[in-house]
Design a protein around this ligand. Structure first.
Ligand code: SF4
Ligand code: SF4
Length: 433
């Protein structure tokens, strides 16, 4: 890393080892948490409708609310059977407090209720909305797309979730992709995968045997991160016959969900995630119910919540630090990284939070895959000078976290940008610029 030690070592963390262990074994099911917290909103500003109240009995798969506005309103489902404890504001893993339904488990294994059959709704967008699958429906339904791009690569060193999904569910990945292409009349799709992953390539080739219009595109391991724009630009440049304006990225975990909604009539209530980090004695990939608090999952993997110094949703580079272990898994959660620091200051503060002044080394600038100036933008964000930050390319940033990764001053640039971009009023300004 340009003469710098990787962040984990510089920060005296034990390097997580999940890549070696995680996807050689099947994802471990953990489908009966004691409670779930199911967000009804994406952000505090977004609209929602709640169909249950405290003390109601609900069944896994039962519709309990709606998220967003018509015509692309998503159904929200109970993910375990039990009793509604409360409907209140709770922390979401994206850093907001949002309206959520808390359900206490009835204590027995759940069978997920099927989506109610609607005559003539098969293989239609309505089924996906009813199943609660978060996709960019506005773009999909706009008749402007000719390519769907699926990122099957793992950029984050601590995540193996994309590989696990391909390894275990290649046929559902392909089936879900075909269903999306059919529903939205998109003629072509490209699945990107690291060229060195021979087992996964074989699994996908087998699943793709009878499909038309889906290409497998090998990319190098050092490929820039999961930023959709970067990936689309690079892949389409190689001559797959499309332009980035007519292409859209699809999260790989949503493809088995599409398959299950269309062909098994199951709502999107569980997903695969990677659980790793120095605070987890048994890192691995797990199949969990949406809404399961991070703390319960970490405990299930042998982690001791009392000793953790940091919990991150996602991976080490692009993840979001969590203020509480009670934040729940959402349909977009790829992983949980639980860390312990063995190097505490006298005040028992983790040294990893000790930030120094910028030394103007420009490592962050060299590393940025979208060629912006993270040091300059970070300084503007910290001074609340958002207009200048936007002008310098804040919204061009793809949240890859590489600038934080290489920064010798331990300035959390990635987190600063995420936080700045997520401010509601600020977003409005960006749209007006
Ligand atoms: S500014 Fe940082 S987080 Fe954003 S794209 Fe550049 S390196 Fe990645
Ligand atoms: S922000 Fe960090 S990496 Fe960037 S110039 Fe300053 S010290 Fe170097």
């Amino acid at each position: 890393m340009d003469g710098f030690l990787p962040t984990f070592i510089r920060r005296k963390q034990t390097p997580p080892r999940s890549r070696e262990t995680a996807f050689d074994q099947p994802a471990l099911p953990f489908l009966s948490p004691s409670r779930v917290v199911i967000p009804l909103q994406e952000t505090p500003q977004s609209s929602y409708r709640c169909l249950v109240k405290a003390r109601d009995e609900v069944k896994a798969g039962q519709k309990i609310g709606d998220r967003g506005d018509p015509p692309f309103q998503l159904s929200v489902h109970a993910t375990i059977s039990g009793r509604v404890q409360e409907v209140d504001s709770h922390p979401s893993p994206h850093g907001y407090h949002v309206a959520s339904v808390v359900i206490e488990s009835s204590g027995h294994e759940d069978v997920i209720e099927k989506l109610s059959p609607k005559p003539g709704a098969e293989e239609k967008m309505e089924v996906l909305l009813e199943a609660g699958i978060p996709l960019d429906y506005k773009k999909l339904a706009g008749n402007q797309l000719d390519t769907l791009l699926v990122n099957g690569t793992e950029f984050e060193p601590t995540l193996t979730v994309h590989h696990q999904i391909i390894w275990e569910m290649a046929s559902q990945v392909v089936g879900g992709l075909q269903a999306l292409m059919k529903i939205f009349s998109i003629p072509q799709a490209v699945i990107c995968l690291e060229g060195g992953e021979a087992r996964l390539i074989r699994a996908l080739e087998e699943a793709l045997k009878d499909s038309k219009g889906i290409l497998l595109h090998p990319v190098s391991k050092s490929y820039p991160p999961t930023g959709e724009l970067v990936l689309i630009e690079k892949v389409l440049k190689k001559g797959n016959g499309s332009s980035s304006a007519r292409a859209m990225g699809v999260e790989i975990a949503s493809l088995p969900a599409v398959y299950q909604a269309i062909y098994q009539r199951t709502p999107f209530v569980e997903r695969t995630i990677t659980v790793s980090g120095s605070g987890v004695p048994h890192p691995r990939n797990m199949k969990v119910r949406v809404g399961t608090p991070f703390g319960e999952i970490i405990s299930q993997c042998g982690g001791d919540l009392e000793n953790l110094t940091q919990i991150i949703m996602g991976g080490a580079l692009m993840g979001i630090s969590q203020p509480t272990s009670q934040a729940p898994v959402t349909q977009r959660t790829t992983g949980i990284l639980a860390l312990v620091s063995l190097n505490l200051t006298r005040g028992h503060q983790s040294r990893m939070y000790q930030e120094g002044p910028c030394v103007r080394c420009a490592k962050c600038v060299d590393r940025c895959p979208v060629s912006i100036l993270p040091n300059v933008i970070g300084a503007y964000c910290r001074k609340n000078r958002f207009a200048e930050a936007i002008e310098k390319g804040l919204f061009v940033c793809i949240d890859c976290g590489l600038c934080s990764y290489v920064c010798p001053a331990r300035i959390p640039l990635g987190e600063i940008f995420k936080e700045a971009k997520s401010r509601g009023g600020f977003r409005g300004r960006e749209e007006n610029t």
